[in-house]
Design a protein around this ligand. Structure first.
Ligand code: ADP
Length: 447
């Protein structure tokens, strides 16, 4: 097992990882920018190293500084959290070259999944169902028209290097195709420095369902069930649940089994998430994230397994603590992402939190790095906390969520809490009857 882990992140996830390290008896080092000197994870860590000024590229994305912090403190492993360097293959390679363990998959696996065309090709080869579309990059209008006619309109053009929902264009008819192809290409080139694009069938009303997988790096793979993350705004997840209200136990074990086998065949090591669009009973692979996800706590709630412990065990060569048959799904869990944003316009609302009171009681978990008197720096994303609620079934979970939201107090800044208080009372949400467009439509109506 590791002696000392350096946590290369900030906010709630840095604290989340720190807690897991403490429970495993591992020393902790955190790195932070000058804007985060008074952050909770800095206060609670055994050691902390200031690695630069507020802008991320000079601190949390500064590989040299982070490697230097490892050398100075003698850390033998790095947990990257999510975002920042968590899916940076070069970072994984550089750590390996310094004999520091990256708590995550190999640089090569990160690289494959970071290139969407390559990821889709790999998924298909491993027997994962994919969205019908072009086999690789599309080079000209003629090829685009041929592929689109084959799969049928509407189609979506996506950037191979894409991320965060950028560089995607929908073409409803052949007349739209040329212009969609051109704009997708130029947007991709400008945003990612790589203008490779591909085409796939556009699904009209899918749900977003993702499978949590783990590989032990020695040819074994397991799945921890799925999460339904269909409630999104601008491709950003807002509310996540496990299990998905749309799946039954057979569907869960079928898609889970396919993913676990794929992970085993790939020789993958650590946590991963295989994301699908789900429509009319069919799964369509869209991408794989090679890291811990923001929404992992809903999976922990229904399985009772600490996924960060598992990540650390696997990275240290200790293997997974569970076999597939040990993983049971109990009850239902929902996570609400609480952002420091205006709940109507979603404009960021940094500032000082004058009062912070979190709900408690059975089945309630709050992951947050903020506290009363904390000043939210304006440089980073607006997530200030996650409320995760567990119940024996979805109805109990929703009732508990409603009362937890009533107890939650954040004063001094605007937050998205009022949005969740509205959602929890909505009949479609109560019925689990929503797709990836539901939230945008609901917000557009301004109810
Ligand atoms: P990114 O990495 O940019 O987030 P994804 O491939 O994960 O890109 O897709 C982001 C979102 O775009 C999906 O959650 C979905 O809302 C939409 N999307 C992607 N592919 C399709 C498709 N084939 N049909 C319909 N919507 C899609």
């Amino acid at each position: 097992m590791f002696q000392k882990i350096l946590i290369a992140n900030r906010g709630e996830i840095a604290l989340r990882v720190l807690r897991a390290c403490k429970e495993l008896g591992i020393q902790t080092v955190v790195v932070h920018s000058t804007a985060d000197s008074d952050a909770m994870h800095v206060r609670l860590a055994d050691e902390s190293v200031c690695i630069g000024p507020p802008p991320s590229r000079e601190s949390y994305l500064n590989i040299h500084q982070i490697v230097a912090a490892c050398e100075i403190t003698g850390a033998d492993a790095v947990h990257p959290g999510y975002g920042f360097l968590s899916e940076n293959a070069k970072f994984a390679d550089i750590l390996a070259a310094h004999n520091i363990t990256f708590i995550g998959p190999s640089g090569d696996h990160i690289r494959i999944m970071g290139d969407k065309i390559e990821a889709k090709r790999t998924a298909k080869r491993l027997g994962i169902p994919v969205v019908p579309g072009s086999d690789g990059a599309i080079n000209d209008d003629k090829e685009a028209k041929r592929v689109a006619a084959e799969i049928g309109y509407p189609v979506i053009i996506k950037a191979s290097a894409g991320g965060g929902g950028r560089g995607m264009k929908v073409a409803r008819t052949e007349a739209d195709l040329e212009i969609a192809l051109q704009t997708a290409k130029s947007e991709a080139g400008a945003a990612f420095g790589d203008d490779a694009v591909y085409i796939e069938k556009f699904l009209e009303k899918p749900r977003h369902i993702e499978v949590q997988v783990f590989g032990d790096g020695a040819g074994r793979g397991v799945h921890f069930g799925e999460r339904d993350c269909s409630l999104q705004r601008r491709h950003q997840k807002v509310w996540e649940e496990a299990n998905s209200p749309a799946l039954n136990a057979e569907e869960r074990s079928r898609i889970g089994g396919i993913c676990a086998t794929a992970i085993a065949d790939l020789g993958y090591s650590g946590a991963g998430t295989i994301e699908f669009l789900y429509e009319n009973g069919e799964f369509y692979f869209i991408e794989m994230n090679t890291r811990l996800q923001v929404e992992h706590p809903v999976t922990e709630a229904i399985t009772g397994i600490d996924l960060v412990h598992e990540q650390i065990r696997v990275a240290s060569g200790g293997g997974l603590s569970v076999r597939q048959e040990d993983i049971k799904f109990n009850g239902h869990a929902i996570e609400c992402r609480i952002n420091a944003e205006d709940p109507r316009t979603f404009m960021p609302s940094p500032g000082t939190i004058t009062h912070f009171h979190t709900p408690g009681g059975l089945g309630i978990r709050v992951d947050s790095g903020v506290y009363s008197g904390y000043r939210i720096p304006p440089y980073y994303d607006s997530l200030i906390g996650k409320l995760i609620v567990h119940g024996r079934n979805r109805v109990e979970c929703m009732m508990r969520l409603r009362r937890a939201l009533d107890e939650f107090v954040v004063d001094g800044i605007k937050t998205t809490l009022p949005l969740f208080r509205d959602l929890v009372g909505n009949p479609d949400i109560a019925n689990g009857d929503y797709d990836i467009h539901w939230l945008e439509k609901y917000l557009a109506k301004g109810e």
